[in-house]
Design a protein around this ligand. Structure first.
Ligand SMILES: [Zn+2]
Length: 271
């Protein structure tokens, strides 16, 4: 949800369309300098939250974060930014922060740097906020497009409880995991369960894809309008394993189309 006008407006926008879960940016995702959470900002946020029926809150970190950058300066900036982000989420009562984590042509080195730096972030932040590594489309040299990569990071980090996964349907599809039929959906989640474990999924980004299977290009589309199509989303919203998992839209034109995409998803729910 957009937050132009203050973070609390994300809640108001969610309420306006009858959302039960929202994802927001607590600060601009395109700059290192973070928006300050003054007492006034927190008061407005808490007042909106107290009145809202929204049950699940998720934040998304800056697009600049790269815990496995070649440049030490960028790794340090990324750690500092994430420490700030998790601390802001602690103050806002947001339990989950989604991050794209990092990139790197050398997979093993990238996974090592991510594990090492995320442990610094966890060590410096309150226990009530969990870091969710997002599955990526594998655009450019982004890591996290194979389930094995985030499994490796979890292993290298020593399986911390505060490290989990946000699964993005558009990204896994663009990365080459088919979910277009009931059979391929089942097989992909079986593979995820074997490699990482379904219980690690704490949030799902529910997006169709403007690009085809395996293209490794990240372009979100409206639900049922892209290359993934309706069946995958019917499977997802009726999957009992995700009954308590926030399912979040990141489809285009949030202000006008989130209400429509939400209605589409709800129309798929059976029983
Ligand atoms: Zn996403």
């Amino acid at each position: 949800m957009p937050t132009a006008g203050g973070v609390h407006t994300g809640i108001e926008r969610g309420d306006a369309i009858g959302a039960t879960a929202i994802q927001i940016f607590t600060t601009s995702p395109r700059q290192w300098k973070a928006r300050e959470l003054t007492d006034e900002v927190l008061e407005k946020w808490n007042a909106a939250k107290a009145k809202s029926p929204i049950q699940a809150y998720v934040s998304h970190d800056s697009y600049l974060v790269d815990l496995s950058s070649n440049l030490e300066e960028n790794r340090t900036k990324s750690v500092d930014f994430l420490v700030g982000e998790l601390t802001r989420c602690h103050l806002l009562g947001i339990p989950n922060v989604v991050s794209h984590m990092g990139s790197g042509k050398d997979e093993e080195l990238g996974c090592k740097l991510i594990a090492e730096n995320l442990l610094r972030v966890l060590a410096e932040t309150p226990n009530d906020v969990t870091l969710l590594m997002e599955t990526t489309a594998g655009q450019g040299s982004d890591l996290g497009y194979k389930f094995e990569q985030w499994a490796r990071v979890i292993e290298l980090a020593g399986n911390p409880d505060r490290l989990a996964i946000c699964l993005d349907t558009c990204h896994i599809f663009a990365a080459g995991y088919d979910i277009r039929t009931a059979e391929t959906y089942a097989a992909t989640f079986e593979e995820f369960d074997r490699i990482i474990g379904i219980p690690r999924i704490r949030a799902i980004h529910c997006n169709d894809s403007k690009k085809d299977l395996g293209t490794r290009v990240d372009r979100h589309d409206a639900i049922g309008k892209g290359f993934i199509g309706e069946t995958a989303f019917r499977c997802l919203v009726n999957d009992p394993r995700f009954i308590n998992t926030p399912i979040l839209l990141e489809t285009p034109d949030a202000e006008t189309m989130h209400a429509v995409n939400l209605a589409t998803l709800r129309s798929y729910v059976e029983g």
